[in-house]
Design a protein around this ligand. Structure first.
Ligand SMILES: [Zn+2]
Length: 477
């Protein structure tokens, strides 16, 4: 477009002015750049989504035949189609037989993925993952740990500037890890001073939060929490050396994965040491027992949120065509080789996952805040975005209602981030972060995978085009 509008042979200054003026015009009307524009399905000053089913994310019942009006990036109005006034000139979308849910608030997202071939090295996926998250309905993503903090921070800025598609990112620096880390991509912080310096450095660079890992000491974790809280930032952890109750007492804000990673119940647990027998202890644990209830009470009393990451615990899920479509050929080969040597694919949830959901239901019942995220690590089965959808399905398979599961994946995350006033539910005045689903997750929860469009701040993105653009890239970058 730019080339066509400048006559061939025009002096450079003329070309420069035309480009500059066009850039100003584009920015003034529409902050979208050429890197994002091809994925935009709808962008208009006023958009009316008519005759759509709404699941608003609060847990309230589904409402049929609603109209949502979007203007200036926000939800200007929402209510029964017969009662909502639509201004002349609005872009009207007939969304009969479609469902709108809030944009997902992914709380355990990463911009990295296992490199494969059995070594604990992860590859930054700065290109494909932001697109996959957005395509899958994730409009806000807390990264919950990174192996390239500066890359993540820069990617966040590129997305915020509108130069590449992706969700709104909140970058969690870390990992804060002790000795004996399992991948050399983490940072060893052995003393409280190390932990404080780490937090101070990345806070100054723009980190939103911090992630502690499995071998950190109580002293280092405590210092990290204190340094983060002094800056009004938060700390989450995938812990082992420090138990959940210890971490709650130290003031941690959030714990990842759930009881499946808690070491409170190891009888011979040594302070600051990650025990080896955690998996077996969890298998033998009775969720209804008093010690577990005591841990739940402690977490609720200290307002420690739990992040549910059930999809990453599926070691041999049924392989979907859409999963293969986005893998690079080499990654697909590695993945299939690994899977061929393991157990047969199954849609059955493992006993561990069932037990973890039992805990999560008890935690919610006791007043705990449960949030959810993809965690695209493990053996590579959980992908950015796809695993966020799968989590919602597993929560429902495990006994949460569809309305509860959607709330866990949306409004609860917003609450934990302190952003519930502006995102997380379909409500008048909130940002227009919305997922348009070609189906009805109330009657068929797997319909959460049938994402057609994703609105971020009122701009509607074409999900299929975003996915198509990363075909064959996952595993590479
Ligand atoms: Zn993770």
């Amino acid at each position: 477009m730019l080339q066509r509008s400048v006559p061939v042979g025009a002096p450079h200054w003329a070309a420069a002015w035309v480009i500059l003026l066009q850039a100003v015009a584009v920015t003034a009307q529409n902050p979208l750049y050429p890197g994002v524009q091809p994925f935009v399905a709808v962008d208009a000053p006023v958009i009316a989504m008519e005759h759509v089913r709404v699941i608003d994310g609060t847990g309230a019942a589904l409402r049929e035949d609603q109209t949502i009006v979007i203007a200036q990036g926000k939800i200007r109005d929402v209510g029964p189609a017969s009662q909502i006034h639509i201004v002349a000139g609005a872009k009207r979308l007939d969304l009969s037989n479609h469902t709108v849910i809030p944009g997902l608030v992914g709380m355990h997202e990463h911009l990295f993925y296992p490199s494969g071939a059995g070594i604990a090295i992860y590859t930054e996926h700065a290109f494909s993952f932001p697109r996959l998250y957005l395509a899958s309905g994730v409009t806000t993503a807390r990264t919950a740990g990174t192996i390239e903090a500066q890359t993540d921070l820069n990617i966040k800025n590129l997305i915020d500037q509108g130069t590449m598609p992706g969700p709104k990112l909140l970058i969690t620096a870390g990992y804060l890890e002790g000795p004996a880390m399992f991948t050399p991509q983490m940072t060893e912080v052995d003393t409280p001073e190390d932990a404080r310096r780490f937090v101070e450095y990345w806070a100054a660079r723009g980190a939103h939060s911090f992630k502690a890992y499995m071998n950190i000491s109580r002293a280092a974790l405590g210092a990290a929490i204190q340094a983060a809280h002094e800056r009004r930032l938060t700390v989450t952890g995938h812990l082992c050396s420090v138990t959940f109750r210890e971490a709650a007492a130290l003031g941690i804000d959030n714990l990842e994965h759930g009881l499946i990673e808690d070491t409170d119940f190891i009888s011979d647990k040594k302070p600051d040491v990650c025990p080896q027998n955690q998996a077996q202890t969890f298998r033998e644990l009775d969720i209804a027992s008093e010690p577990v209830r005591e841990t739940i009470r402690t977490l609720v009393a200290h307002k420690v949120a739990i992040t549910s990451t059930l999809a990453v615990f599926e070691r041999n899920p049924i392989i979907q065509a859409r999963f293969f479509d986005v893998l690079s050929p080499g990654t697909a080969l590695n993945y299939m080789t690994m899977r061929a040597r393991g157990p047969a694919p199954t849609s059955e949830l493992s006993a561990d996952i069932h037990k973890e959901i039992q805990f999560e239901r008890a935690f919610v019942k006791a007043g705990g805040l449960l949030v959810a995220g993809a965690d695209p690590t493990g053996n590579g089965s959980a992908l950015a975005g796809y695993a966020d959808q799968r989590n919602i399905e597993i929560l429902v398979e495990g006994g949460f209602t569809p309305l509860e599961a959607i709330r866990i994946a949306t409004l609860n995350g917003a609450e934990q981030l302190g952003l519930a006033a502006t995102i997380g539910s379909v409500a008048k005045g909130k940002q227009a972060d919305l997922v348009v689903i070609d189906g009805n997750p109330m009657t068929r929860i797997v319909d959460v995978e049938k994402v057609q469009m994703v609105f971020k701040d009122g701009v509607g993105f074409n999900s299929a085009k975003l996915v198509e653009s990363v075909r064959g890239h996952v595993g590479l970058h």
